[in-house]
Design a protein around this ligand. Structure first.
Ligand code: FES
Length: 497
C-alpha cells in the first residue's frame, strides 16, 4: 500500500524547501493527491537522498536559527514530557502494526495450507494453486526491494518524534513545532501572524481551538479558560505545545490594521558599528511585553527624555523579543548622536509601533525582487527573513543599490543567505556617485542601475517587486519600473528617511 506524506513533511525528508516541491508538482514532475505525495514518487525523484545526512534541511534550519537569535541545541530536543508522550504514541502505533503483521502472517500461513489442499484436487486446481503461490512469494519478496521506502518511514518516524506538524484553519498555513517551543513561538518562527499579545498566559489573545491532535501545557498561565471552552477544545497557544500532529482553528492578522499600536519599554542589548556610518542598535523587550509587528514595519524609538525618531525594524517578527535597527550616524542627527555617544547597554528605550504599510503580500506566490536603496536595506532584510520563514516564494533576488561600496554596510548577511539558500540571489549595485543627487538631476544613473534588473528579468510582470529607500529614489524607481512593464499592483514601496 503506498505511503503518503503531506508536502511539508516530504520536504523535510528530502531536505528540500516546500516551495521547491510545489514547483515540481506544478511542473507535473511530482504527482500529488489532495496535497499529499507518495513516498515512492519522492524516492523516484530524489534517488540519491541520504536520510542520515539531510544537509539541505540542516542548512535552512541553521540560517533560520541565526536569524532568530537562538542556538541550535536549544531547539533540537522537545520537552521531556512531550518526548515521552510522542514516544508512547509511536510505541502504540508500533504495537498496533505488530499485531496487524501477526494477523497477516497467520492469514498467509492459512492460505499456504489451503493451497496444499488444492495441490491434491486435480491438475486444474494444482495449476491454479501453483500460480497463486508464485504470485504470493513474488509479492513477499518484493518487500525487500522496498527497503529504501522503509528507510523513509524510519526517518519520518524520527522527525515525528522531534517535531510535530501543525495546520492552521481556515488559512491552511502549516508549520512544525520543534524543540521546547510553544505553538505560538513555532508559528511566529514560521512567519505566521497568529493573534497574540502578552506571550505569557495573561491576556487570552492567543486562544484558539484544537480541531484534532494532542497538545500539552508546557507553560503556566493566569488567564482562565472556562470548562465549556476547554471541552470545545480551546487552549492558549503561548502555553501549549503540540504532542502529535494537530489541526488548529486560529485567527491570524490579515493586514497591518489587525495589529494594534503598542507602547513598550525595551532595553539596549548592544550597540555595534556596521559598515560605513551605520550602527546596529539591538533592543530586547520584556518577556511578557513584546512588540507584535509585521515584517517591514517601523517603530518610533525614544531615547533620553525627548529625542525620538522612526526607523524600520531590521529584524524579523519571528523573534519578537529582539528588535534590531540600523541607524545612520550622520553629523547633526540628534538621535544617532545620542545612540553613538550616550546610550548604554541596559538603558531603557521607549518603543511605539508598529507603523507603516511596507509589508509582504502573502497571497501572492510570484517570485520576489527586492530593491534596497542605501539604508532601505533594513526593512528589506526583515521582509526577506520573513519570506524565508514562510518558505512560499519560488525565488528571492535582492538588489542592494548604494552610492559607494562602503555604503553596503552589512555585506555578510546577504552573502550568507545566498550561500545557504538555493533560491536566494544577491546583487550589489554601486552607483559610484551620490544617489540622492542622481534622483534629482542625473536620473540616467539610476536608470542604468535598474536596467541590470530588467536585463536579468525581462518580463517584470512575472514578479512582485519591493523597493525601499528615500522618497526621491522611490519616485525614480517607480517611474522606471512601471515604464518597463511592472504592473502597479505588483509594486510595494517603503520610504526610509
Ligand atoms: S498571548 Fe497572552 S495569553 Fe497567550
Amino acid at each position: 500500500m503506498p505511503q503518503f506524506l503531506n508536502l511539508s513533511r516530504a520536504a523535510r525528508l528530502v531536505g528540500e524547501t516546500r516551495v521547491a516541491l510545489q514547483k515540481k508538482i506544478k511542473d507535473g514532475v511530482l504527482p500529488s493527491f489532495d496535497g499529499m505525495v507518495a513516498a515512492e514518487d519522492l524516492l523516484r525523484i530524489y534517488p540519491d537522498i541520504q536520510f542520515e545526512d539531510n544537509t539541505a534541511f540542516e542548512r535552512v534550519a541553521q540560517i533560520k536559527d541565526k536569524a532568530f537569535g537562538k542556538r541550535v541545541f536549544e531547539r533540537s530536543l522537545p520537552d521531556k514530557e512531550v518526548l515521552a508522550a510522542r514516544l508512547t504514541g509511536l510505541g502504540k502505533e508500533l504495537a498496533e502494526n505488530h499485531a496487524a503483521l501477526k494477523r497477516y502472517q497467520a492469514v498467509v500461513e492459512g492460505l499456504e495450507k489451503q493451497l496444499k489442499r488444492w495441490d491434491s484436487g486435480g491438475a486444474e486446481m494444482g495449476a491454479a494453486a501453483a500460480a497463486l503461490r508464485m504470485w504470493m512469494h513474488q509479492e513477499l519478496a518484493a518487500g525487500d526491494a522496498q527497503a529504501r521506502s522503509t528507510n523513509l518511514t524510519i526517518w519520518d518516524s524520527f522527525l515525528r518524534v522531534m517535531a510535530a506538524h501543525v495546520k492552521i484553519q481556515p488559512s491552511g498555513h502549516e508549520f512544525f513545532v520543534e524543540g521546547a517551543d510553544t505553538l505560538l513561538e513555532a508559528a511566529l518562527r514560521a512567519g505566521l501572524a497568529l493573534n497574540y499579545a502578552c506571550s505569557n498566559g495573561n491576556c487570552g489573545q492567543c486562544k484558539a481551538r484544537v480541531v484534532s491532535g494532542q497538545i500539552m501545557k508546557v507553560r503556566p498561565h493566569d488567564y482562565v479558560i472556562h470548562e465549556a471552552e476547554k471541552a470545545a477544545g480551546y487552549a492558549l497557544m503561548c502555553s501549549n505545545t503540540a504532542v502529535t500532529d494537530v489541526v488548529i482553528e486560529a485567527a491570524e492578522a490579515q493586514s497591518t490594521s489587525d495589529i494594534p499600536l503598542q507602547h513598550i519599554t525595551a532595553h539596549v542589548k548592544s550597540i555595534e558599528p556596521l559598515g560605513g556610518q551605520m550602527l546596529l542598535l539591538h533592543l530586547q523587550t520584556p518577556r511578557n511585553n513584546r512588540l507584535r509587528f509585521l515584517a517591514g514595519q517601523n517603530a518610533t524609538l525614544q531615547v533620553g527624555h525627548s529625542i525620538s525618531a522612526e526607523f524600520p525594524v531590521a529584524s524579523c517578527p519571528c523573534d519578537d523579543r529582539n528588535l534590531q535597527f540600523h541607524i545612520r550616524n550622520a553629523p547633526g542627527n540628534r538621535f544617532a548622536d545620542y545612540v553613538a555617544t550616550r546610550l548604554q547597554n541596559g538603558e531603557a528605550v521607549a518603543v511605539e509601533g508598529p507603523k507603516g504599510e511596507f509589508v509582504l503580500n502573502e497571497d501572492s506566490s510570484r517570485p520576489l525582487i527586492f530593491i534596497a536603496f542605501g539604508s532601505g536595506f533594513a526593512p528589506v532584510k526583515s521582509l526577506i527573513e520573513h519570506a524565508t520563514a514562510l518558505d512560499t516564494a519560488e525565488s528571492v533576488h535582492l538588489y542592494w543599490v548604494t552610492s559607494h561600496e562602503a555604503d553596503l554596510y552589512f555585506p555578510n548577511w546577504p552573502r550568507a543567505m545566498a550561500d545557504a539558500l538555493d533560491n536566494f540571489r544577491y546583487t550589489p549595485l554601486v552607483a559610484g556617485a551620490d544617489l540622492e543627487t542622481a534622483a534629482g538631476r542625473q536620473k540616467h544613473l539610476i536608470n542604468d542601475l535598474l536596467q541590470q534588473v530588467a536585463d536579468k528579468y525581462p518580463v517584470l510582470g512575472n514578479f512582485d517587486v519591493y523597493v525601499a529607500g528615500s522618497e526621491s529614489l522611490l519616485d525614480a524607481a517607480k517611474e522606471w519600473l512601471l515604464a518597463h512593464g511592472l504592473p502597479g499592483t505588483q509594486l510595494t514601496m517603503g520610504a526610509v528617511r
